[in-house]
Design a protein around this ligand. Structure first.
Ligand code: ADP
Ligand code: MG
Length: 330
């Protein structure tokens, strides 16, 4: 039933940034080495994600758009997920809340399909050299009530940029471009990071320099520690590179960007002797662990992760950061 589909879709797609998150995650899951995100009017009129990944074969296009169809998991091992996606909800949801066109080349042939208001059009031959282009126009055109909840173009653009940058930090080997094609369609590059090479720390350092700025990278301490099945790595800035707002604090668990108060609390604990309360340390930290130690996806749209034992994670971060700060002479 179309109405029910639209309501469910609204849960997954709250705003343009949630569409961008789903589409970029799909591109990464498809093995893309470069992902381009284009938006117009904060993503309200256009979100377009282009990748050079494995593509979708023409006969699979309708399947990719049907609810709960995923090529990524057989359903038997929900805990051992190595892809971002596994629910098969994103594309059907986007097709229910906007005008969606997917053009893709898979199995040697390129084709496109259009969906609008949940209605699938026919699969038609198309021209595309490789990968996939997913275009979402006029988000929430069929549900004007939802449109009203969107913020200004500027803050929607900001939210899109934040999503792209978080995923760019999570995937240093993948190149990312974010372009704003509002107005004359000429386009303006808002963010660009070329694929990083080298070992884990080199690649991450290079990517953090692109995303958080050279000043962060130059003031960043390497962090590495392990405890009770949790492996921590990443970079945290020297106390001298702190901010008036807690904007540059990023945590990734098993490769997924997560928003969790855990990090700000742990950072405060580690830096309390070096920073006044109105200064916030900057860090990008990654924790890898056995999937059994975390609960993933409390909410479909938010890729939240909760540690079964947050105390261990917090203790690990605090002690590793204190150690890194002490080595640096603090
Ligand atoms: P999920 O990611 O949970 O599998 P989605 O609705 O996001 O569900 O995507 C449905 C399916 O469409 C995926 O399982 C995948 O097979 C295919 N797909 C989506 N986006 C891409 C892409 N950019 N490249 C290749 N295949 C894709
Ligand atoms: Mg997906």
């Amino acid at each position: 039933d179309a109405a029910i589909n639209r309501i469910a879709a609204g849960e997954v797609v709250e705003r343009p940034a949630s569409a961008v998150k789903e589409l970029v995650e799909n591109a990464i899951d498809a093995g893309a080495t470069r992902v381009m995100v284009e938006i117009a009017d904060g993503g309200k009129t256009l979100v377009r994600v282009t990748d050079d990944g494995c593509g979708i074969a023409p006969e699979d296009l309708p399947l990719a758009l049907s609810r709960h169809a995923t090529s990524k998991i057989d359903g038997s091992d929900l805990l051992n997920i190595h892809t971002f996606g596994f629910r098969g909800e994103a594309l059907p949801s986007l097709g229910a809340v906007g005008r969606l066109t997917i053009t893709s080349r898979g199995g040697g042939e390129a084709a496109e399909i259009k969906v609008s208001g949940g209605k699938l059009g026919p699969v038609k031959p198309a021209a595309l050299r490789a990968g996939t282009v997913v275009e979402l126009r006029d988000l929430f055109y069929a549900t004007p009530a939802r449109l009203k909840f969107l913020r200004t173009d500027r803050s929607e653009t900001q939210a899109v940029s934040d999503v792209v940058k978080r995923l760019a930090m999570a995937e240093p080997a993948v190149g990312f471009t974010l372009r704003d094609v509002s107005g004359d369609g000429q386009g303006r590059t808002a963010f660009r990071a070329d694929p990083e090479t080298g070992d884990l720390f080199d690649a991450l350092h290079g990517r953090l320099s692109q995303v958080l700025g050279r000043e962060f990278a130059e003031n960043a301490l390497r962090v590495e520690a392990e405890r009770e099945g949790l492996r921590l790595f990443g970079y945290a800035a020297l106390p001298t590179y702190s901010r008036g707002a807690a904007v540059a604090q990023y945590l990734f668990v098993n490769g997924r960007p997560v928003r969790d108060k855990l990090l700000s609390g742990a950072l405060r604990g580690a830096y309390q002797d070096f920073l006044s309360r109105d200064r916030h340390p900057a860090a990008a930290l990654f924790i890898d662990c056995d999937p059994h130690l975390v609960d993933v996806n409390v909410h479909p749209a938010k890729s939240e992760v909760r540690f079964r034992d947050a105390g261990i994670a917090r203790g690990l971060i605090v002690s590793a950061l204190r150690h890194a700060l002490a080595e640096a002479g603090h």
